[in-house]
Structure formats: C-alpha cells, structure tokens
Design a protein. Structure first.
Length: 161
C-alpha cells in the first residue's frame, strides 16, 4: 500500500490501515494521511467545522469516546460551564428532559433542596410534577417542584394519614 505524505510517496507495511480520507467524525473531516506513529498507527490531517486543523491518530477518530473536534468543543464547554460537573444529560431541543433523574436534578438545582411547601430540609426531598405526566405534563424545570415525602403523600393521597 502506498501513500503520499508531505509530497513523498511512502510504502506502508501495515496493510490493515483503513482509509479514512473523506469521512467525518464529530466536527472533524479527514483530509489526508499526515504521518505514521512510531507504533504503526496512521495519523490523519483533519479539518474542523470551526475552521481549525488537527492531526489525529486514526484509532482515536474511530472510538466512540475519541477525538471529535480540534479542541473547540472543550473551549465552548469552558465558556458555558455545566452545573452538573460535565455529566451529559439528554435534553430535547424544547427544554424537555428525556430522563427523569436528570430532570429531577435540574429542578433541585433551580429550586433548592428543601420543601417548597413546608420548608422541611431534614432529609432528601422528592421532585414532583406540577402537571402530572398522565395529564400531559412534561419533564420541564417549570413543571417540577421540590416537596418533602409528607407533602408528596398528601399531594397524591389527600389528607394526612
């Protein structure tokens, strides 16, 4: 297998190298083969959607947790830090959380951890849908309230037992 690297034709002994030229990984588009690492991995020249250029080892492009940008995604994360210390939660484009636990954490972050109704804060409180999901309520921050277990029981079962 022969490749042109920096204007020089070279023969690559490792024929298992997959040609990634023209493929896209995250924000990176593979432009050309740039070099070979000492351990035999192909290093690809990639162009980022933001305009930057980055050389990335081929196996790092193909991993699910591998390189996805020239570094602009990390810079963007630093400008807009996440309240949840980098954990990724699925949020639909309209502010509806797809996972209940991430919605509950967001509601607690906004409203605090004590009961919104009676002020109780001796143990963890529950997050309750103001408009029940069975009645069309969504997992939005505005449709959640933090209430203690007693207030939650009263909400669902009526008067105090």
């Amino acid at each position: 297998m022969r490749w042109l690297i920096n204007g020089v034709k070279i023969k690559i002994m490792n024929s298992r190298i997959k040609n990634l030229k023209g493929l896209k990984f995250g924000k990176l588009s593979v432009i050309s083969l740039g070099a070979m690492s000492d351990d035999g991995h192909a290093i690809w020249v990639c162009k980022c959607d933001c305009g930057g250029t980055k050389m990335v080892q081929g196996n790092n492009l193909q991993k699910k947790s591998g390189t996805k940008s020239c570094g602009c995604l990390l810079k963007q994360r630093d400008i807009h830090p996440l309240w949840n210390k980098g954990s990724v939660y699925s949020i639909k484009g309209d502010g509806i959380y797809s996972q209940k636990h991430s919605w509950a954490k967001a509601v607690i972050k906004k409203n605090g951890s004590k009961c919104n109704r009676c002020g109780w804060d001796k143990a963890p409180c529950d997050v309750h849908h103001i408009i029940p999901k069975s009645m069309g309520g969504q997992n939005t921050i505005d449709n959640g309230e933090v209430i203690c277990p007693n207030c939650h029981r009263i909400e669902h079962y009526g008067k105090k037992l």
